[in-house]
Design a protein around this ligand. Structure first.
Ligand code: AMP
Length: 414
């Protein structure tokens, strides 16, 4: 089957076509055929598409909405000159898998999309006012372009964390607020953490119940996940992605009183303070320079900018605190796995995060750490390290394609 994997943001559309079936899943031989990104939908859109092992196609042109972006992508996919093996007409695309951010409490696993599912995703807009409307745009666009015949599935960022126990997901506020409004920790990046658990299991030759790791997804958004016996038992993001680790522009954990204090001192509205905590905090807020880790490291390496270094140290230190906390609540972990833009590419952050963790038996091999960049999958701990440290490039699209395939074939979901 050829699965079109769609990930839509408020003004962006990312896609991949992945060839997979139950046997390919079993063998791990699924293949990505092409990928693409459309940014700045609604104005002069920036486009970059690529067939695997071929040069990138780049252009810019006005695209008014997600439907126009999807149509443009499909025109490219089906153009005879593009030459994607086995993809010549619309009927060669067998199903569509959507990355969907918030599944609330209803969706504990991936589902086939029908009207009732769309309604539930709409109902969850309250919980994810930025993300779910963007994901819905992708679902509506795909329905319009493909019609109802092509099956579509939703793969939720929150679903992997649905196994968290109450002690992890409840906040210390009146229980009635959970009852009435479902205020609780949901967690995000679930598809990525799930992939990391899966990949670690394959690398170590383990059964799912034997996976006891701390997964660290460190990108623009960042979260830690405690995976015990193959299941998420705690994660650092909360009801929204604002909680937990410090991020590119998000503050992460914070005394809630700070919100009132800022509003009072700056004479700002709650919305303005929330905007500040989401968009102007984190690495950007501390450094006063940039939210981008690469640029921040350059500022420190080339100009010895003090606040750039402070931002790096704070980012790494938060990670260390979560590792320590999860190590304790899990009763030990066999491995720490780094992933996503920063986790896969920044030996500096990995080093800061692991420094001092030798008390838990974590020992990094500096040379391996330095060498592991640019999407390389590798172990970076020493042979004597009690806790293994891995860098595993994430692959959310693969999980989305596989779940979509299973749903279409009525095969059991893992
Ligand atoms: P993601 O959200 O997973 O795409 O990750 C984006 C983050 O990864 C940004 O902060 C990037 O600066 C960071 N990143 C990407 N490449 C590197 C690199 N070579 N060194 C340090 N950080 C990087």
């Amino acid at each position: 089957m050829n699965i079109l994997v769609l990930n839509t943001g408020s003004s962006s559309l990312k896609f991949q076509i992945i060839k997979t079936d139950l046997e390919m899943i079993e063998q791990g031989t699924d293949e990505m055929l092409c990928k693409g990104l459309v940014e700045r939908i609604g104005s002069q859109a920036l486009i970059s598409f690529q067939v695997v092992n071929k040069p990138q196609f780049k252009t810019a042109l006005p695209l008014k909405d997600h439907r126009a972006a999807l149509k443009y992508a499909l025109d490219w996919i089906l153009n005879p000159e593009t030459q994607i093996p086995g993809v010549e007409s619309l009927t060669d695309i067998n199903a569509i898998g959507h990355r969907t951010v918030h599944g609330g409490e209803q969706f504990t696993n991936s589902v086939r999309i029908d009207e009732a599912v769309i309604k539930s995703i709409e109902d969850n807009i309250d919980l994810a006012p930025l993300h779910n409307p963007a994901n819905l745009k992708g679902i509506y666009a795909a329905k319009e372009v493909f019609g109802n015949q092509v099956p579509q599935a939703a793969i939720f960022d929150t679903a992997f964390h649905s196994t968290m126990p109450e002690v992890s997901f409840l906040y210390g506020i009146p229980y009635q607020l959970y009852r009435r409004f479902k205020i609780r920790k949901y967690g995000f990046h679930g598809t990525s953490h799930r992939y990391i658990g899966y990949r670690y299991r394959k690398l170590e030759g383990l059964r799912r119940e034997e996976v006891n790791i701390i997964s660290l997804h460190l990108g623009n958004g960042a979260s830690a996940c405690a995976i015990k016996k193959g299941k998420s038992v705690d994660t650092s993001m909360g009801m929204t992605p604002l909680e937990g680790l410090m991020m590119g522009t998000r503050c992460g954990d914070l005394d809630p009183s700070v919100i009132e204090f800022i509003a009072h001192k700056e004479n700002s509205t709650l919305e303005e303070v929330m905007q500040l905590l989401n968009k102007r905090s984190g690495l950007l807020g501390i450094s006063g320079l940039t939210h981008d880790m690469r640029d921040l490291e350059a500022e420190w390496n080339e100009y010895r900018d003090r606040r750039a270094k402070l931002a790096l140290d704070m980012f790494g230190n938060r990670i260390k605190k979560y590792v320590g906390a999860y190590y304790a609540t899990m009763g030990g972990a066999d491995a720490i796995c780094f992933t996503a833009g920063i986790g896969e590419n920044s030996p500096t952050i990995r080093k800061i995060a692991c420094e001092g963790l030798n008390v838990l038996g974590v020992e990094i091999d500096d040379k391996l750490n330095e060498e592991t960049i640019g999407g390389k999958e590798s172990i970076i701990s020493t042979p004597t390290s009690k806790v293994k440290v891995y860098v595993i490039p994430t692959n959310e699209e693969l999980i989305i394609a596989r779940d979509t395939c299973r749903i279409v074939l009525n095969a059991p979901l893992p």
